[in-house]
Write a protein that binds this ligand. Sequence first.
Ligand code: GLA
Length: 393
Amino acid sequence: MKKVIQKIEEEFVGRFGDEYKLIQSPGRVNLIGEHTDYNDGFVLPAAVEKSIVLAIHPNGTNVCHFYAADMEESYETDISGDIRKSDMGWPNYLLGVVDELRKHGYEVGGFDCVFGGNVPIGAGMSSSAALEGGVLFGLAELNGWDIPPVEMAKIAQKAENEFVGVQCGIMDQFASLNGKEGYALKLDCRSLDYEYFPFNRDDIQIVLCDTQVRRELASSEYNVRRQQCEQGVEILQQWDPEIESLRDVELSLLFQHEDDIDPTIFKRCKYVVEENKRVIQACNDLRQGAMDSFGQRMYQSHAGLRHEYEVSCEELDVLVDIARDLQGVFGARMMGGGFGGCTINLVREAYVDSFETQIQEKYQQKMDKQIKIYRTKVSSGTHLISDQKVTSS
Ligand code: GLA
């Protein structure tokens, strides 16, 4: 991370001067609980050390200047009136936060911001949530706003939903902002109550295998899944009007009415109901240190995502199938929205090297292409690195 920090500081000083706050905002992994967040369910993500670093400072005008150091692209806009979306894409993550803060009654003036980092883009590690959370945290720091953690996550999610226009749930923003070093975060996406579970075993490594597959399909299919879940809820309400979301559905009720429900909707609902249960059980596994059992639930989660929720793809399935047969692997599953991106693998430390060599080799044999592999550790949520005026460097 040191190199990233140095680069961002240098770029900021070169462009905007030597006074700024430096924020680190992490990507996230999700251990288990996929496509449950927008169903009012449970998730078990964790912030990781791969992060975006932002240098940020107010400039006393109504103009914002942004510089994306990795893309070497600049953007500037006047924010005195309505904030307009940019065709460039990335500025919208920052502008969306400004827009949402204003809607919440916070007065945001012009500011300068340089950012960059090592969260792989489109890999399902939530680089966009890291950027939104980072700029939000930075603006709160600059202005002395004391925004509670849950509120921060809601604002960042809304920025993505309403300004960027992606209908994501709250998991990514929540995990990035509120993660804690050495802990996974169990979040109840209905009440937004959360609990930290120790996840700092030296003998286990999180290894991410990036298919490098990025499909446009991901966002349209994501919205289709959301609608299918809503349809399921509407149907199930006939038999139990208390049901507000799939979170409230018992498997027994679902099976009782299997013949009355469209088979696709049935599969989607069954997956979500079971995945919610798995998160709770996986948390019990963590409490008891039962990592074999935890790993089995990851495989079950993947099977559900593959066959019932149908958001996986061949590359992800091949990686999980290979991992299952390798020594030292507790569990593996696709991670995030699906249709590409990464698998998450929990691997016994002593086997990590051989895991990486073998999965790369076997994948190459089967798919005739390569994956990227990242080892990562569970790390802190969005935080201030420093806020001193830089005197020399
Ligand atoms: C994406 C969304 C999250 C969540 C996952 C699936 O990452 O941004 O809100 O819905 O997909 O679990």
